[in-house]
Design a protein around this ligand. Structure first.
Ligand code: CMP
Length: 137
């Protein structure tokens, strides 16, 4: 079994899409092993996205991610990392396939509704950024 880390971003939470996205996660066969609603501080968003700190969109990204509540999740499934990326769709919703979360809900490349770990090493850092071992079932 593999674990991945997911965020339902502020745009999707504010637009009332949380329940529909969780339904899609469960319908795709993921087990939710950790979940919480959280309003990130700017510092927490900057820490989470530190790998992107040199990118021109870093300020826009971290301000967006701290503008309102998010739902952070740890998901488990065989091949969870790829399966969650497939369900999210392409980063830019203009390129996202039909039936993916970003095609259905994302507003733009920045306000793109969901986040997912891109590799096992990333998931191994991102899950503990938000969850203590005792918070995972
Ligand atoms: P995410 O998977 O959360 O990881 C990094 C994020 O940076 C990505 O989703 C996008 O939301 C965001 N991002 C990537 N490219 C751009 C861009 N050109 N402008 C604004 N945000 C971007």
């Amino acid at each position: 079994m593999e674990r991945t880390f997911a965020i339902i971003k502020p745009d999707a939470v504010a637009n009332g899409h949380t329940g529909k996205i969780i339904d899609m996660i469960l319908g795709a066969g993921f087990k939710i092993v950790g979940m919480k609603l959280k309003h990130l501080s700017l510092k927490e968003a900057q820490g989470f996205y530190a790998v992107h700190s040199a990118r021109p969109f870093f300020g826009e990204l971290t301000e967006f991610m701290s503008e309102g509540p998010v739902v952070v999740l740890a998901l488990e499934k065989e091949g969870a990392i790829k399966a969650w990326r497939d369900l999210m769709g392409a980063t830019n919703p203009a390129n996202a396939a039909e039936g993916t979360i970003r095609k259905m809900f994302a507003e733009s490349v920045g306000r793109n509704s969901v986040h997912g770990s891109d590799a096992p090493e990333t998931a191994a850092v991102e899950i503990p950024y938000f969850f203590a071992a005792t918070e995972l079932v």
